[in-house]
Design a protein around this ligand. Structure first.
Ligand SMILES: O=C(O)c1ccccc1NCC(=O)[C@H](O)[C@H](O)COP(=O)(O)O
Length: 213
């Protein structure tokens, strides 16, 4: 089997930087070119309103795909914001039931919060384009900066398009990719300083993912 390391440059693992909120964040993304950026429409310290998101998206490099993060919203609200902002992907990060995924006219990623191997036993019922695995905590649905036991996800990533999230950073990303081999890695807290996106951390994170040798 070919290992990522033997390829020299890792073009296989895509990168999502989540929680962009301001023009600086867009400048950083345009310079560093992650594959995806996320806008959090859920209640969070990273929450953005649709008018600001739309304005930022007009300034974003068109090769970077936009992901809207939603949490237990009505289908109509999600549809309305997705259309208004022309989002590429809808990320459902709450307790949405399986049938919820079928209502949208664009790509859907469904999040599962991982605590034990039972945490994604319902995944097979969801007809989604991608399955985002994030860390379970009592306090919040996402963006916590906490990692889960990655070995729980190593089997499922052979079968499904997996987006690995939760507590990733430049320090842990090699190990996370090695264990899970996800299609996409997703980071928010790990590329922030004092609650704002940090260009240097983003650059080092993206550099590490792309240059795994
Ligand atoms: O980022 C948030 O604040 C957030 C709040 C509520 C629901 C989801 C949220 N983020 C979703 C993401 O896709 C984050 O990138 C993911 O949870 C990883 O975050 P982190 O552990 O901080 O890297």
């Amino acid at each position: 089997m070919i290992s990522l390391k033997s390829l020299g440059v890792n073009k296989l693992t895509k990168i999502k930087i989540c929680g962009l909120k301001c023009e600086d964040d867009i400048l950083y993304a345009n310079k560093l070119k992650p594959d995806y950026v996320g806008f959090v429409f859920a209640k969070s310290k990273r929450q953005i309103d649709k008018y600001i998101a739309k304005k930022l998206i007009t300034k974003l490099d068109k090769n970077i795909k936009t992901v809207g993060v939603f949490l237990n919203n009505s289908v109509d609200t999600v549809k309305e914001i997705a259309e208004f902002c022309e989002l590429d992907i809808i990320q459902l990060h709450g307790d949405e039931p399986p049938e919820y995924c079928n209502f949208f006219d664009r790509e859907v990623w469904k999040a599962f919060r991982v605590k034990t191997k039972e945490s994604f036993k319902n995944l097979k019922h969801y007809n989604a384009n991608g399955y985002l695995l994030d860390t379970y905590t009592k306090e919040a649905y996402g963006g916590t900066g906490k990692a889960f036991n990655w070995s729980l996800a190593s089997k499922i990533s052979k079968e499904k398009f997996i987006i690995l999230a939760g507590g990733l950073s430049e320090n842990s990303i090699d190990k996370a990719i090695d264990i899970v081999k996800p299609a996409v890695v997703d980071v928010s807290s790990g590329v922030e300083t004092n609650g704002s996106k940090d260009f240097d951390k983003m650059e080092r994170f993206i550099g590490k993912v792309r240059m795994i040798i």
